[in-house]
Design a protein around this ligand. Structure first.
Ligand code: ZN
Ligand code: ZN
Ligand code: ZN
Length: 278
């Protein structure tokens, strides 16, 4: 299985719009891995995760076309992950020529995605397909067996996803705080070996709190979550752990500084364009 990060920032990106803090200034000066666009990822050049406002940029930067994929998982309806305004360009008059026998673009997510997509579905019923899915009930998205897990985040019904194919598994944990007990219960009762875990690390080098962190996490929380995955037998020494979804406001979030800190704890740090095979 391959995971490619197309965008790795929290909502305001790095450099953040309208900000000239040290992190944003350095990003503008140095470019490269210091630049982070809004969250999106691609599994095996085939399954898209999230559809933010930066989707056009991601396609162009990576030599991709949205016509190369037919399936997209939406984690939640914050606009750094879900932009109905951009999805609307699938309509006639905007997408003027499509491949013959185009299979359509299938979007999966919680019930929260249905209303925002409604008018697009009505005007492109043969092009866009919306699939609201229930948590903890595996479904197929193309060739992938996907399970939505309830996330602890600030929208009505946010999801994280367990994505499986040919005996490999990816846990995509964005955006979320510590998992709810029911998510842990589900994972504990459905043992699988997870080859790669992508953890929300919006708060970068922040230590864990006493109470379960809500909304987002920092590296201290990621360590707690990793220990729990180990204790449940879902992850082991062969599992790769990647920290992702960064805010310019996170302590020590500077790419160079944070990489060194994360490496000491056994974590990799994402960057736009990073590819991992597991
Ligand atoms: Zn986000
Ligand atoms: Zn800033
Ligand atoms: Zn969010």
């Amino acid at each position: 299985m391959k995971l490619k990060y197309l965008g790795t920032a929290a909502s305001e990106a790095i450099p953040a719009l309208f900000c000239q803090c040290d992190v944003c200034r350095k990003a503008r000066e140095k470019g490269g891995r210091h630049i982070r666009s809004r969250s999106q990822a691609l599994v095996d050049d085939s399954l898209l995760i999230d559809f933010p406002c930066d989707t056009c940029w991601h396609m162009v930067q990576n030599g991709l076309s949205l016509l190369d994929f037919n399936h997209c998982l939406i984690t939640h309806v914050h606009d750094d992950h879900f932009s109905p305004e951009q999805i609307a360009y699938i309509r006639r008059g905007y997408a003027s020529v499509l491949p013959e026998n185009y299979g359509g673009f299938h979007i999966y997510g919680s019930e929260d995605i249905a209303a925002p997509l409604d008018s697009i579905l009505q005007s492109a019923p043969d092009r866009l397909f919306c699939h609201p899915v229930e948590p903890y009930a595996p479904f197929m998205a193309g060739d992938y067996r996907v399970t939505a897990l309830k996330a602890r985040h600030g929208t009505p019904h946010p999801y994280n996803y367990l994505i499986e194919r040919n005996g490999k598994a990816l846990l995509y944990a964005h955006d979320t705080g510590h998992f709810f007990p029911e998510t842990w219960d589900y994972l504990a009762s459905h043992p699988v070996h997870i080859g790669l875990v992508s953890f929300d690390c919006t708060f970068a080098n922040s230590t864990r709190g006493d109470a379960p962190r809500t909304g987002h996490m920092g590296m201290g929380d990621n360590i707690l979550m990793r220990d729990k995955l180990f204790s449940l037998g879902l992850a082991d020494a062969n599992t790769r752990f990647v920290l992702n979804h960064f805010s310019h406001n996170g302590p020590d979030v500077d790419y160079d500084a944070f990489c060194a800190m994360a490496e000491k704890e056994g974590f990799a740090v994402s960057y736009d364009g990073m590819e991992l095979i597991f």
